[in-house]
Design a binder for this molecule. Structure first.
Ligand SMILES: Nc1ncnc2c1ncn2[C@@H]1O[C@H](COP(=O)(O)OP(=O)(O)OP(=O)(O)O)[C@@H](O)[C@H]1O
Length: 348
């Protein structure tokens, strides 16, 4: 962009806070973690990277936060190239990783003070910031207690506070509510929503909870097998799916899916038939009125139905449409080798 003086000015207020382009990463053992991951996060927004375990979310975050290098591709964070200027990126970001970085033997206050010192805060300024964060994260009463005595929710809130000590421009939250009970999860959601409203902080969060992404993120990128399969606002993604989602469960898996699929797809107002063993998903313009015809067609084909549900499209349906499999299936498919890797491979 040319200014009136003729020099080139960076378009600061509108520059994206995070831009990743075509990142690839293969781990030893030929495990492809990223296969062309691209995403753009606008400044001052909450962006959700949503995908099942093993989709490549953590690897993306590790690259964007300079903890790993991609095999190829580019990453710019807070205006700095993450590959050539990792030090600048580190100063501009806060990171809350899946595993807590807090020292369990130290108090919450001591943890925050140490973190502040690492970022050059001292004296009254440091104390003010620590008090402010303890207050803000509802830890003021627990500030003098050792972290090992904190509940899961308190520890997670401290983790987020630690990531914010130096007032970063961009905050990365890797699975912020994994392992929390429902009450602590809701409290954390409120906290994140509040943070997003303050000081124009940009938040990139990864999650495998559909509801979390739906609730917190202004934009969502659905990740499957190391790349983004679709991206948009939660409402736009759900709105793209016409009509209702009808899920049918058969008493026994069907073998001959081809003709059955064709018969179901031929019914008026029925689209996008997907048969997977005992489970059949279809999109229907009016779910409730399509069910009798669906049941009759299945009965004629000799497929006994155990259950039928009609629902408004959810992000799970969006995932099914774009990734071609259910979220829970993708998780299950990854979990067996993943568990093996977790014990055999050590730290990730
Ligand atoms: N250090 C490593 N060495 C080998 N393979 C790895 C390593 N880290 C991740 N992987 C593999 O790379 C793929 C992507 O993993 P990644 O952790 O980025 O996914 P994820 O979507 O964040 O999942 P999770 O929520 O389980 O962390 C997976 O198949 C994973 O098993």
């Amino acid at each position: 962009m040319q200014s009136s003086q003729g020099s080139t000015l960076p378009a600061r207020p509108t520059a994206p806070a995070v831009q990743a382009h075509e990142l690839t990463k293969t781990y030893p053992g030929d495990v492809t973690a990223l296969s062309g991951m691209s995403l753009t996060v606008e400044a001052g927004t909450v962006f959700g990277l949503l995908g099942p375990n093993g989709a490549g979310k953590s690897t993306t975050v590790k690259i964007l936060t300079t903890l790993a290098r991609p095999d190829s591709g580019t990453a710019v964070v807070a205006g700095h190239d993450a590959l050539s200027h990792p030090d600048r990126v580190r100063r501009a970001i806060g990171v809350v990783s899946q595993k807590s970085g807090a020292d369990p033997m130290a108090t919450g206050r001591e943890n925050l003070q140490l973190q502040g010192r690492l970022y050059g805060l001292r004296g009254a300024e440091l104390n003010r910031r620590v008090d402010e964060l303890l207050e803000r994260f509802d830890l003021a009463g627990a500030g003098k207690r050792q972290v090992k005595g904190y509940s899961g929710g308190m520890q997670r809130r401290l983790d987020v506070a630690l990531g914010l000590v130096h007032r970063p421009e961009v905050l990365f939250l890797d699975e912020p509510t994994t392992g929390l009970d429902p009450e602590a999860r809701t409290a954390m959601w409120d906290e994140i929503a509040r943070l997003a409203g303050d000081e124009g902080l940009t938040i990139l969060l990864t999650t495998h909870y559909l509801e979390e992404a739906d609730r917190l993120a202004e934009r969502i990128a659905i990740v499957d097998r190391g790349r983004v399969v679709v991206e948009g606002t939660p409402d736009a993604l759900k709105g793209e799916l016409r009509g209702d989602a009808v899920h049918l469960e058969l008493r026994a898996p069907t073998q001959d899916t081809g003709p059955l699929e064709a018969a179901l797809a031929g019914l008026p107002g029925v689209h996008e038939v997907l048969i997977d063993g005992r489970r059949i998903s279809v999109r229907a313009e009016d779910g409730a009125s399509a069910v009798p015809a669906l049941l009759a067609t299945l009965e004629r084909a000799g497929a006994a139905v155990a259950a039928a549900t009609v629902a408004r499209p959810s992000l799970d349906d969006v995932y099914l449409r774009y990734a071609g499999r259910r979220f829970s299936e993708a998780e299950a498919a990854h979990d067996a080798p993943h568990a093996e890797f977790a014990t055999a491979g050590g730290a990730r």
